[in-house]
Design a protein around this ligand. Sequence first.
Ligand code: IMP
Ligand code: MG
Length: 339
Amino acid sequence: MPVDIVVGGQGGDEGKGKVSAYLACKRDYDYSIRVGGPNAGHTVFFNDRIYTLKTMPSGFVNKRTKLVLGAGTYIITDWLEKEIELTGGGNRLVIDPHAVIIESRHTNAERGDTRMMGKIGSVGTGLGAAVRDRVDRKELRFAKDEPRLKKYVKDVPELLNKALAKGSKMLLEGTQGMKLSVLHGEYPFVTSRDTTASTFMGEAGLGPKYAGEVYAVFKPYVTRVGPGKVAGEMRDKAKLLKYHTAGREVGSVSGRLRRVGGFDMEVARQAVRINSATKLAITHIDLLEGADLSRGVKSFKGEAERFMGTLEKVCAVYPYPKVGLISYGPGLFDVLELK
Ligand code: IMP
Ligand code: MG
């Protein structure tokens, strides 16, 4: 089926940007679609630069791939314009007329809300306030109302469905992760949207028939940038240092140091089920001792070998996903692909 989906299996920041960019190069998709809000920073190391994308799809790295923002996208126009310039992707960008503009009143309302910023730990982009206005049917500005974005606006469901009819291949990049879903996550310590595969399809204007591979992205450990549950949370400052430096576990939008915990099997099982994951994409394996990539996974020792054993239990959950990708460094092609 033509639409491959990338989802987060944990608490966000699993490496969806890197995995999406890698796949866009290797699978050469015709379209790279992103949905969701600018509270999610997707990081891509490409051509000696670090791109922290809050809105543009990570598939920009493939110059042939058209870039699409669906109706379930929330846009801060200034930020998007900067990313268009940074990525040079403007001439292949299409935006759904019903994508919502986050206005400064939304951002100010969220930043001034002590419960949202304190107890919930919101990133403070205004996404939650804009979602709330949409649910309340209040007056809102959409992409079709924003003169600066007009040239990109097109009927996305029509465009994508016509392309599907001609056999196009697409990559759909979701945001955040299992623990942060407002439907299935650890309420109230969640974001303002559902963060699973079927919702991403709906937010893009795609029906369920076209879903192909679903890549659930995991790290060998769990991070959380805000409050809420972190099973087996690491408190040892010396140990944490490795994650915050070599592992770059610092919030890419919020700048906060991410909390780190053990691999949570229950969350992983839930992510496989709810997303109907067919592939596991593992990132940050290089943080484990014993992950010598030169001779492939078969040579893993110590921590890395034990982690691969843990993954077998995740692969035993219906629909029985296979480990598809293992990322061992920040570079776009620091990836081991398993057949
Ligand atoms: P909000 O979506 O900005 O309101 O944040 C709600 C919760 O989700 C907070 O704990 C945030 O830290 C967390 N969160 C939101 N977006 C992301 C993300 O992209 N990565 C990790 N955590 C996130
Ligand atoms: Mg992130």
